[in-house]
Design a protein around this ligand. Structure first.
Ligand SMILES: Cc1cc2nc3c(=O)[nH]c(=O)nc-3n(C[C@H](O)[C@H](O)[C@H](O)COP(=O)(O)OP(=O)(O)OC[C@H]3O[C@@H](n4cnc5c(N)ncnc54)[C@H](O)[C@@H]3O)c2cc1C
Length: 626
């Protein structure tokens, strides 16, 4: 507290802080590499000699991410579990939500997948390749995501149950799995939270869900959306159109990843073996019925094998799980034969890839100094304030409010109660180094962002992310080689159809309306930038053609990839059945985001965690009754 008082008193003369911080962030790769090398060397020495002749467990879980951490936690309560994770310890900087946007695209903690060059989008990204980040450490992508807790719309799950013809996957039946781990803290004063038997939230679970202490300009944004007739509602409940503060997995201002919630507290459980730096390269399948009996993996350069007495569970995420299945001979027959991989099962692995293609709309400027302007507001007080009180802007990933709305496209399809656009509000101004940081995080050409943001630096303002929440685009993932170290060919096919473009343009116009047609924002003199996005100089500014150009240039993935190992009624339409067992195999399941047949209207971390709960429950039910 003494330190806090000292810093509060002298902060005026200590405004060197942003410069130091920017300098630190620019050299972050050195720090990340040092941390990882130390972790890997310690792990190598500790694990040396700890392998048995037969490394055998009841269950093997591949991937300690959002879903895998939950699966390993639940199963190891009763059975022996080997959890294999390609990455190491999560980096301590992950805990600070404000750093979320600046800790992606580093090889030490991110798989850094890239799409193949896109024909209809991502023109401003280097080589037209969309960066498709995925966390690589204990906790997986929950370590590097933007902390938005959003389950998806009840209709998404009802629709999923219909597609797979199994009511077990409808919203009402999945609710217990959303609630099971939740420790929900509702923001005070909001009346929309249901109480009693209709309460959709859980309390006292492993994962605390709350609004961060710092919300910046979010209240202004929510007021403006109310002016346009949108209600404030619980976006993790039975919502339709509406807006709210962003709820996040967080305790005392620190990110709660699935590592901190589900693995750290039990990592010394005698039934659980966590093996870091263990890159699984093949599922071992035997007999006529493709029965999974183990996996092969590389551990510090040494090939290892582990056997499962009961099941092998793949939770390597929506890009690495299909890759692993393909490498193991499960996938489209023709593709596998072309690469000389013996075919174990002919299944549409890697097809049906979906993602939320989005655009980063802005900057919007205001005349008052109320946005979070890092150059000004990131004073030296922020660190001690964060460390001692768990408060202040460091607690916010900057996506402080969001909402869902139904465009005319949804309405004319009779789906006004199933929104098709998500708008995310980021109340941060463009700081003097933000162009370079954002270029790195989005894989955008640095000169493009430097040009576009030049006039915005240091001015109070904000951004909105416009996301096409129910895309029609269906991409795919294929192998280019049987070598596990070769990246897969990933093609999300963003904006390859008129529908997706139309919905995104409609979303952009609503986002502009919120700013330019509400008294809340007009009192602040709020307006969209007058700067033309590089590459769109030849079309009339703010015309539909301009928005099309902007969206196709500045396309960014919201990193919500799903569908590559789709759950389905039959093997012609998907990869796993409704018990998440890979069709045509035995003792092999997929439990992660890849099993969702359609991307939910919302974000995918909460659904992936729910799938972890549901999958673990299916497994426990089977083995406890047999
Ligand atoms: C930058 C970014 C921001 C995002 N923001 C949000 C957000 O704000 N809100 C939200 O809800 N969602 C967000 N998401 C998406 C969400 O976090 C993911 O959809 C979700 O975490 C996926 O969970 P998963 O269990 O399927 O996979 P993951 O969490 O990716 O877990 C897979 C794990 O498997 C490991 N692995 C992979 N291959 C192998 C192998 N061969 N051998 C061993 N281990 C392996 C990986 O290292 C990883 O730890 C974001 C994603 C990104 C990248």
């Amino acid at each position: 507290m003494q330190l806090l008082r000292y810093v509060e008193t002298y902060q005026g003369s200590l405004n060197w802080f942003p410069n130091v911080l920017y300098g630190f962030m620019m050299s972050i790769s050195v720090y990340l590499a040092a941390y990882k090398n130390l972790d890997a060397s310690t792990d190598f020495l500790e694990e040396k000699g700890s392998f048995g002749v037969i490394d055998e467990y009841d269950f093997i879980v591949v991937g300690a991410g959002s879903a895998g951490s939950v699966v390993a936690n639940r199963l190891s309560a009763n059975y022996s579990v080997l959890l294999l994770e390609a990455g190491g310890e999560p980096h301590p900087l992950h805990l600070i939500p404000l750093f979320a946007l600046f800790l992606i695209n580093y090889e030490e903690i991110d798989w850094q997948h890239k799409s193949v060059p896109q024909k209809h989008s991502t023109f401003a990204q280097n080589h037209r390749q969309s960066l498709l980040s995925q966390g690589k450490s204990l906790g997986g992508t929950s370590n590097i995501n933007f902390l938005m807790h959003s389950r998806g719309n009840p209709k998404d799950f009802d629709n999923m149950a219909e597609v797979v013809d199994d009511p077990a996957w409808n919203y009402d039946n999945l609710l217990p799995f959303f609630k099971k781990h939740e420790d929900y803290i509702a923001k005070p004063f909001f009346k929309y939270i249901q109480e009693g038997p209709d309460d959709v939230h859980g309390y006292g679970g492993d994962l605390t869900i709350q609004v961060p202490p710092y919300t910046g300009m979010a209240e202004k944004y929510l007021k403006a959306t109310e002016e346009l007739g949108y209600q404030r509602m619980d976006l993790n409940g039975r919502y339709t159109e509406g807006f709210d503060y962003t709820y996040t997995p967080m305790r005392f201002g620190r990110r709660q990843s699935t590592f901190t919630a589900f693995l750290e507290p039990i990592r010394h459980r005698s039934n659980l073996t966590i093996r870091k730096f263990a890159h699984v390269t093949k599922v071992l399948l035997g007999g006529n019925e493709s029965e999974a009996y183990g996996v092969r993996y590389n551990h510090h350069g040494v090939p290892r094998y582990a056997h499962a007495r009961r099941e092998v569970i793949l939770s390597a995420g929506a890009l690495n799980t299909p890759k692993l299945l393909l490498l193991s001979g499960i996938g489209p027959k023709e593709d596998l034969e072309e690469l000389g991989i013996p075919v174990m099962q002919d299944l549409p692995v890697g097809k049906n890839l979906q993602d939320h293609a989005s655009t980063y709309l802005g900057p919007f400027f205001i005349n008052e100094s109320i946005s979070f302007n890092p150059d000004r507001d990131l004073t030296s007080i922020r660190l001690p304030e964060y460390l001692t009180r768990g408060s202040g802007p460091l607690t916010s990933s900057s996506a402080s409010a969001f909402g869902f709305l139904a465009t005319d496209v949804a309405k004319s399809a009779g789906e006004s109660d199933w929104p098709d656009v998500q708008l995310i509000f980021s109340g941060s101004a463009i700081c003097k180094e933000c162009d370079r940081f954002l270029a790195k995080s989005f894989n955008i050409k640095e000169d493009v962002l430097m040009k576009y943001y030049k006039h915005a630096k240091g001015r109070d303002g904000f951004m909105q992310i416009v996301s096409n929440a129910r895309p029609k685009a269906r991409g795919d993932l294929r192998l280019q080689s049987a070598d596990p170290d070769m990246p897969a060919l990933i093609d999300p096919k963003y904006l390859d159809n008129e529908h997706d473009l139309k919905v995104t343009i409609a979303g952009v116009k609503r986002a502009i309306d919120i700013v330019e047609n509400t008294t809340t924002f007009q009192k602040l003199g709020a307006h969209f930038t007058t700067e033309v996005f590089p590459g769109c100089e030849d079309v009339e500014f703010r015309s539909d053609a301009y928005w099309e150009c902007y969206i196709r240039q500045f396309t960014v993935s919201l990193h919500h990839i799903v569908g590559t190992c789709s759950m389905a009624k039959s093997p012609e339409n998907g990869v796993v059945d409704t018990k998440l067992r890979v069709f045509g195999t035995k003792r092999l399941r997929v439990i992660d985001a890849s099993i969702m047949p359609r991307v939910p209207v919302g974000n995918t971390n909460a659904p992936a965690i729910m799938i972890g709960e549901k999958g673990a429950d299916l497994i426990l039910q089977l083995w406890e009754n047999s």
